[in-house]
Design a protein around this ligand. Sequence first.
Ligand SMILES: Cc1cc2nc3c(=O)[nH]c(=O)nc-3n(C[C@H](O)[C@H](O)[C@H](O)COP(=O)(O)O)c2cc1C
Ligand code: SF4
Length: 596
Amino acid sequence: MTESRTAVNEALAHNGHDPHALVQILREVQAREGWLSRSVLAQLAGELKLGLAQVEGVAGFYRFFHTRPVGRYRILFSDNITDRMLGSAALMADLCARLSVGCGPTRADGLVSIDRCSCTGLCDQGPALLVNHHHVVTRLDADRVARIAELVEQQVPVSHWPSEWFQVDDQIRRADVLLGLPLARGSAIAAALARGAQGTLDEVVASKLRGRGGAGFATGRKWTLCRDAPGSAHYVVCNADEGEPGTFKDRVLLSRYAHDVFEGMTVAALAIGARQGLVYLRGEYRFLLEALLDILQQRREQNLLGDAIQGHAGFDFDITIRVGAGAYVCGEESALIESLEGKRGTPRIRPPFPVEQGYLGQPTTVNNVETYCAAARVVVGGGDWWARIGTPQSTGTKIHSVSGDCERPGLYEYPFGTRVGRILEDCGARDTQAVQVGGPSGVCLSAFEFGRRIAFEDVPTAGAFMVFDRTRDMFEVARNFAHFFAHESCRFCTPCRVGTELVLRRMDKLAQGRGSRHDIDVLNELDTLLHATTHCGLGSASCNPLRDTISKFRPAYERQLKSLYFEPGFDLDAELSIARRMTGREDAGAYLENPP
Ligand SMILES: Cc1cc2nc3c(=O)[nH]c(=O)nc-3n(C[C@H](O)[C@H](O)[C@H](O)COP(=O)(O)O)c2cc1C
Ligand code: SF4
């Protein structure tokens, strides 16, 4: 039997010949083979009784799958703005030069390929890179890059590289009820069993807990809708895709608080009547998989998963982990379900919502990692206790992934209602110009707004908190985000596919000094268009950074209009300072645009 046939057979056997596990099967075959040849895809199609076009479509969708040979060492530099601020672009150029390979193509001898990927979720310890979609190297510097080049040339297996390079720290800087109060193993399940399914739901409703994945939907309501929806089975899904650049709190929750996450999922299962749970772990967090599988096994041995949990006849529940393959859009819950079913991660038309027809067409509750941790606490402490923390509309605490220009990046947990300025003080940020809250899809706050509060009713967030001091060019920040959205568009609907690309081109044109005011007007029009016409939240949020930075940091854009302003004798900084004095506003570029 050939090597590739063995790899295919073993991956199929490992996944029970289940076509819904196609993404996992492709991952496993590629991990052995290095890439996915047409003959491998054809063999998989035959064995799984799927069309070849379908299997090829799935393999072609995910960025971590390769349908052409790639380097035996496949190196991906995290291209988040915070990695860039820490020098990732120069380090990548250095590695490319040392290994005589460009960014993108594979070296002629097939040894190595180097490219960029979206955020790896290691912004508090970047610059970071991924090797062979499995290993992460943190805290890159010139010495590490030089050594990596040597190890690759000497063909040293990645598993023999210095182990300290792979160290990922859980930098917990401020802990509150989620990160600070230990949750005894099994205590949330015991509390839920004591309360019963309805009593458990009642507590979650009373807590007014809202989802931590971004949209802030009421968790108790979601679980109630799911429980009440008819179906032959109900499913609990944990969204551990965490693809929003600048967010890494779920990584820490999974690495240090995985029992709490699984406890929360088990409580949800009792409340909605589910027997199966699935965790969708982003491909970039593949390095967490073995530890998570060990914890699941421990929980089975402790009767916290499996049949008759904690001796309660009829309460049967178990959890499977599925690993993604590098597609940010799969964080969107319906795309995530498609991916769980072994398909391309294209968002579904909603309604029906997942609570009615989710995984395999059955009622499914999809919640964020942090939401499950919070739910476990709610069941132990009671809904009223949780509702007393935070604000009336945003109860409990929120964990922030703080990165960028500050002395102490890492996780900070605060009650909702905390001022942005307080977080900046605590993380040691100085001379801060802007904070991007909630990642590129979120909101960019200028210094005038640091008195605002983190809460669904003021500044909502999914968890990213990226700090930019006054040395940073906010136009470049927005341009990096424009690259991100264009790169991550799933290309299903035309407004997003074309619109994100047009935005990117205009931004690049401005960056090259070839832009005019007309380009800024066009960017505004594209923002309106994308906001109104795209199929899912990725497209509609893609111009948020653009809109915020154009309105709040207009001078950063004005500086790009070299052809207009940099005529002989024009002194932009002098003009801006006059404008600032006259208007009393930091964003005085708007004044320059329309002088009285
Ligand atoms: C493009 C896109 C990406 C998303 N990525 C994530 C993600 O990585 N993690 C997450 O929990 N929710 C993400 N969401 C939100 C999910 O669709 C969904 O609202 C969430 O998982 C529900 O969980 P919650 O109620 O606990 O917040 C994303 C949404 C969109 C539109
Ligand atoms: S908006 Fe973008 S990401 Fe969403 S479905 Fe359309 S193309 Fe895909």
